[in-house]
Design a binder for this molecule. Structure first.
Ligand code: ZN
Length: 300
């Protein structure tokens, strides 16, 4: 048995997992993402400490590193990440220099899509869109059986204008991400209810229980997502749209309003199935481990 470490650098947390070659998650750990770490130094230090800790349990063959934003994947560079405040940062090589273990590098969303394509909710679909909804929102576009990213620039659907009212990390306002991300939903609920620190999980439970404020916030967020989906469907004609990330735990509470909107608005377009990610919020970890093992295989 061989082992890899899957590292997912998110806007708020760095989630890491020790994964074996049968894709069993052996151990996990979470650390806060260093704030405003524009040189990447603190982030690399945090990840190196995590890898060192896992290496005490098992010998590590490779590390999978996934990050959000616009990337140059072959170069190992983050071109831009609004949430991490990175610009043209050679994060893969910085990490490799610190740990001296091969590092597979990819986009957080496309990595999760790899898991869903190979063995999950998008398996067998030639055309699919994978949308994890967390602190940020982006999409992996599966077109004619391949994940397409236009050199890492494509898929930043969080910044589609859905005519929303909130300011966005990209500097504009009205973006999907500012209306439908977990962060956006928590903020909107806080603004409308006056209650601070309510998680999206608590909010969708309130929706199920019939709470009026939570329902209003939820309807706004799902309506914005539905409008973005309408645009994507018109352009890309996916057979299935798979939702992952933290918000996908809401299941049908999340899917139904989007499906109802699409049923009422689509005319000539091919109607896609709407599904929750097979791997749920773990798709990123499994996909990341798959890419790290690809690297191990390629080196043999
Ligand atoms: Zn934006």
């Amino acid at each position: 048995m061989s082992y890899v470490v899957a590292v997912d650098v998110g806007g708020t947390e760095i989630k890491s997992a020790l994964v074996d070659s049968d894709f069993n998650v052996i151990a996990t750990t979470t650390a806060p993402t260093p704030k405003a770490d524009s040189t990447g130094a603190e982030t690399v230090k945090t990840i190196a400490a995590i890898v060192l800790e896992f290496a005490k349990q098992q010998s590590i063959s490779a590390v999978g590193l996934v990050v959000p934003g616009a990337l140059d994947e072959p170069a190992g560079t983050s071109r831009w990440s609004g949430n991490l405040q990175w610009n043209n940062l050679p994060i893969r090589d910085l990490l490799h220099a610190a740990i001296n273990i091969p590092v597979a590098f990819s986009h957080d969303v496309r990595t999760a899509a790899v898991a869903e394509m190979r063995n999950g909710a998008a398996k067998g679909a030639r055309n699919a869109i994978f949308i994890p909804v967390g602190t940020g929102i982006a999409a992996a576009l599966i077109i004619d059986g391949e994940i397409r990213s236009a050199e890492g620039f494509a898929g930043e659907i969080g910044h589609i204008d859905v005519n929303g009212k909130y300011p966005c990390v990209c500097g504009k306002s009205g973006c999907l991400e500012a209306a439908s991300s977990t962060l956006a939903i928590s903020k909107a609920y806080e603004a409308q209810s006056g209650k601070t620190g309510t998680t999206t999980e608590e909010i969708y439970r309130l929706v199920t229980a019939g709470d009026a404020v939570a329902t209003q916030v939820w309807n706004d967020a799902t309506a914005a997502m539905a409008r973005a989906c309408e645009t994507l469907i018109t352009i890309l004609a996916p057979e299935v749209i798979v939702f992952g990330g933290g918000l996908s735990n809401a299941g049908e509470t999340f899917l139904k309003p989007i499906r109802d909107y699409l049923d009422s608005t689509l005319t000539f377009q091919r109607k896609p199935r709407l599904e929750i990610a097979h791997y749920g919020a773990k798709a990123g970890t499994i996909g990341c481990a798959m890419l790290a093992f690809d690297l191990v295989k390629a080196a043999k």
